[in-house]
Design a protein around this ligand. Sequence first.
Ligand code: HAM
Length: 433
Amino acid sequence: MSMKPDVETERGFRDILGEEAERMDRLVDSARKTFKAYDYRPIILPIVEPAELFVRSVGGTTDIVEKEMFFVTDGHEDTGARESCLRPEGTASAVRAYIKNGLHMSNPIQRLYYTGPMFRNERPQKGRYRQFHQIGAEMFGVGNVRADVEVIAMLWAFLRSVADGARLRLVVNSLGCPVCRPNFTRELLGFLQAQRDALCEDCRRRLASNPMRVLDCKNEGCRKVLIDAPNLTTFWCDPCRAKVDGLNGGLEELKITPTWNNWLVRGLDYYTRTVFEVAAEDGLGSQNAVAAGGRYDGLVEALGGPSTPALGFAIGVERLAMLVSPRESPQTPRLYIGATSDAMRTQASDLAERLRRHFAESPKPVRIRLDLEDRKFRRQLDEAQSLGCEYTVILGDEEMKNGRVIVRDMKASKQEEVLKDDLVPHLMKRLGI
Ligand code: HAM
């Protein structure tokens, strides 16, 4: 019997490689660039967190916490210590870090972004994985609705810059605040209780835990009941209404047109007032939310910090990558360094190192290859050709004695001698850098 090593991944976990990995990598790079223009700073957060953190923030009766958490044990005897989990999202961790590191004391206004894997034990399907990746941004310390406008504008600018061809819809809602929301939930609960029998089993359970969640149930029976449900907008208090106007006005100034949907409630409990979601109109099937976020003005305080308004969003990188077309030409090395004799091999390595260092900082990084297998010069040129390199810098004993190298245009099969000292500017011109 052959002993085949088991190389399967766990269900819902996958290797991401090739073109898809390049696309996701590029998205993270572009997000960093966009977010830095808005003065966001990186924060690197743990992947394992106390489970209690998410119970207290996302909410103990939400699907994410109740059904989808991956618990972690350290393999030792259960000592009754608190449970750890793989983080299902990044907001709670960012808030925890804000409090733990006393960021509010150095400056209550903080703009932070993070990228990395999140874990939810959901039923896998297209665009839904148990390990997926988010790019998230959180702004702490500004309650003014201008912050909502800027955060949404940053998300929109980024999505437009990377997925320009995609049809995206920005859906927004205001969930009200601790002053006006309880009036709405009371009214809604009364209404739903009277219709209890027409609701699905999940929603009947939600009546006790979180009646607002019934609003975005996909079940047809529930949807029918909801047609006559009380309308959230009529319950907004004056300050909430003013924020809604401010948000609409600010977005309009930036030529961003949201769709209001008063049934958008989100599956996490920490939100107050503004919530939003960006959905792809086509290409993603049922899992079409590419990004989502909102305000969570009560969360910092609820987790033990000072009262601090905050808001943010997270983008699903796998989903966004599905909307971004692959690069027309795959990433190939552009430059090859060839050695015509064994004596030239060390010089070729030196030159490759020097050029790589030089071009690493350029806006269009250049991939550079050279032979590592002691191939004859002819075979090196064949390799350069098959890799698709545009130019080969050829080091020959005679030319080097005269302080020169040969630059060969691989497509045109033409070559010319260049002074070693002029090589960098010469290549920059040729490569269009
Ligand atoms: P969320 O809506 O749970 O919000 O997730 C944000 C995005 O992550 C979704 O819109 C989707 O693109 C992606 N996503 C979620 N679950 C999966 C999955 N199983 N597979 C693939 N992609 C997925 C949050 O996580 C909040 N922390 C967002 C936030 C930040 N709110 C304020 N600040």
